[in-house]
Design a protein around this ligand. Structure first.
Ligand code: GDP
Ligand code: MN
Length: 387
């Protein structure tokens, strides 16, 4: 789960990691008030779950109250398009108003999990700022990395090695070492999968400070992270995915035209592979689960159909715990409540599959049966093309 920059900075503050003074504003009035409290130039920062805001115009400096008013009005409600949001962009509902600082140096720090080595990796670079992606692509040697055994934790020598690779002087090292150790502890404490500080700045007054923070927490750990859970912002999530979660369906929206409804994550992955092999693109991943009820199938169907890009649907069920007749009843019910204007190809095997096929056959609705999985993928790809 992603959280906003202002929320990440709250966590950093709790761990005594220096961040600029600032507060969140939901309206222009709140922004003006927040800036007045800071007294001096401020930076207004769009709070959306995407990076690259600086490049998209989502980070603006304001030197006076009038400028704050003008820029806050421009930012709030704007559709921010950055290299990370895709062409659709993200609507800005919140801005962070922060004291503007004099920056002497912009550094990069990233902490993440390396699944291949089962270690925590810390990356650091003097090429911090808005072009770190280009640095990683063209001059990766400018990024130093250390691997940390999670059972041993971060040690003094780790911090020293990165401090030297960043070319920090003695005074700066004194600030950097506890700061990095605190970031590492925060990473572990909140079950993060990513903590990126870009930039970590050295101010003109020689003070190290976190200017931007991107934090992601492992979804599987959310059950033990109540504070992080309270940071969830549904406005930043795909509405169809939020709805699916309410029905306990694993649904992930994708960009293709073939909707698919499958039981079991493995089978759903295999189904998407076959759709691609047949020359089409899946519109979603949807695992209704092994113990799905007719109602869950109906909801799954409705969610798939709410995506206007869907041109055909492939239902691929291998009945185990989920019986074929229950599935069929769910589909028929869904077809009655929401008008299905696209072809539906059904591949049904396993427990009570014959009973399920009979229900579909006698429903008076137009379902296309498939002989096997490959045949189903071929048919659905063809059907979508003809639409
Ligand atoms: P991102 O583009 O989404 O990563 O947003 P950042 O928070 O990293 O801001 C982008 C850039 O804006 C930073 O790299 C800085 O150069 C600049 N910036 C942000 N805050 C300040 C500030 O307080 N003072 C100055 N001078 N520049 C800032
Ligand atoms: Mn940044």
């Amino acid at each position: 789960m992603k959280i906003h920059e202002y929320q990440a900075k709250q966590l950093l503050s709790r761990h005594d990691i220096p961040v600029p003074r600032g507060s969140l504003a939901l309206t222009v009035e709140e922004a003006v008030k927040a800036a007045a409290e800071i007294a001096g130039p401020v930076v207004l920062k769009a709070q959306v779950h995407a990076g690259g805001r600086g490049k998209g115009g989502g980070v603006q400096r304001a030197n006076s109250g009038e400028e704050v008013e003008l820029l806050a009005a421009k930012l709030l409600g704007m559709k921010l398009i950055t290299p990370q949001t895709g062409p659709k962009g993200k609507v800005v509902n919140k801005i962070l108003v922060e004291e503007a600082l004099d920056i002497a140096k912009e550094l990069y720090l990233g902490i993440l999990i390396d699944r291949a080595t089962a270690k925590i990796v810390v990356m650091a670079s003097t090429a911090g700022g808005m072009d770190i992606e280009a640095t990683a692509a063209t001059t990766p040697e400018k990024i130093a990395r250390i691997s940390i055994d999670p059972l041993l934790g971060i040690q003094g020598y780790h911090c020293r090695r990165l401090a030297f690779s960043l070319g920090l002087g003695a005074e700066e090292r004194q600030q950097f070492m506890p700061l990095l150790a605190a970031l590492y502890r925060l990473f572990v404490e909140y079950d993060c999968s990513l903590l990126e500080i870009n930039p970590l700045i050295l101010t003109a007054a020689q003070k190290l400070m976190v200017l931007d923070a991107k934090l992601e927490v492992d979804n599987n750990a959310l059950f033990r992270q109540p504070l992080v859970r309270s940071f969830r912002d549904l406005a930043e999530e795909e509405p169809l995915e939020v709805e699916a979660q309410a029905y306990h369906l694993s649904y992930i929206k994708l960009d293709g035209t073939i909707g698919n409804l499958v039981n079991g994550a493995g089978l759903a992955m295999a189904t998407m592979d076959l759709i691609k092999k047949a020359g089409a693109e899946p519109a979603n991943f949807l695992d209704v689960g092994g113990g799905a009820t007719a109602e869950m199938v109906e909801n799954g169907f409705r969610i798939i159909l709410s995506d206007p890009k869907v041109k055909a649907i492939l239902v691929n069920i291998f009945g185990g715990i989920l019986r074929g007749d229950i599935l069929a009843r769910g589909i028929v019910e869904a077809a009655r409540t929401c008008r299905i204007g696209v072809p539906v190809i059904v591949r049904l095997e396993g427990t009570n599959s014959e009973a399920g096929r009979q229900i579909l056959l006698h429903s008076g609705l137009n379902f296309i049966p498939a002989a096997d999985l490959q045949d189903a993928a071929r048919q659905v790809a063809m059907a979508a093309q003809e639409k």
